[in-house]
Design a binder for this molecule. Structure first.
Ligand code: FES
Length: 188
């Protein structure tokens, strides 16, 4: 059963970017654009994808909402509840764990006042644990939106990252071409 159409709408800029993205896929395979469109939706609607936002993505792709729910709930990069200004995705997989991700997480919890899965009282940081971010040679690693913070094996490195983030004003992710590669990929 198809639910009632959502009242939400993408901004004209987001609509233009979605239209451009869809040109990358055959018309009968437009569902393949779901991941980047979910990223646009997340950036556009406050950093998380509510059920209504997921419905909008389904409506945009002309597919059933359940097809979007399945994807949005599978990948950790989509936030399913409100988050702070910065979402810190802390890698907890083997190489990062061996290089101190547990200590890194404990330090972040101490400094921000948020436990993993929570948002700091000042609304600045949400802490999440995720699996391998594919930058194992630069462990331990934290991803914040499109940027990787690498070799966070000292408290000083972590504090520098947090200061940088506090001073940042993020703009929405609307174009994949405009986003830089993680340092780990630039260095190889
Ligand atoms: S294990 Fe952390 S980036 Fe691969």
């Amino acid at each position: 059963m198809t639910p009632a159409a959502t009242q939400l709408r993408f901004s004209p800029a987001a609509q233009a970017e979605i239209k451009r993205l869809l040109t990358h896929y055959p018309a009968e395979r437009s569902k393949s654009a779901m991941l980047p469109i979910l990223h646009i939706a997340q950036a556009e609607f406050g950093g998380w994808v509510s059920p209504e936002v997921q419905d909008l993505v389904a409506e945009t792709l002309n597919i059933r909402p359940i097809e979007v729910y399945e994807v949005a709930t599978f990948y950790t990069m989509y936030n399913l509840k409100p988050v702070g200004r910065h979402v810190l995705e802390i890698c907890r997989t083997g190489p990062c764990m061996l290089r101190g991700s547990d200590e890194l997480t404990q330090h972040l919890e101490r400094i921000t006042g948020a436990r993993v899965g929570e948002t700091s009282p000042d609304g600045e940081f949400t802490l999440k644990e995720v699996e391998c971010l594919a930058a194992c040679g630069f462990a331990p690693v934290v991803q914040v939106r499109e940027k990787y913070y690498e070799k966070l094996d000292t408290e000083e490195a972590v504090d520098t990252m947090l200061s940088e983030l506090r001073s940042l004003i993020h703009r929405p992710i609307l174009s994949w071409e405009e986003n830089g590669l993680p340092n780990s990929l630039q260095n190889t």
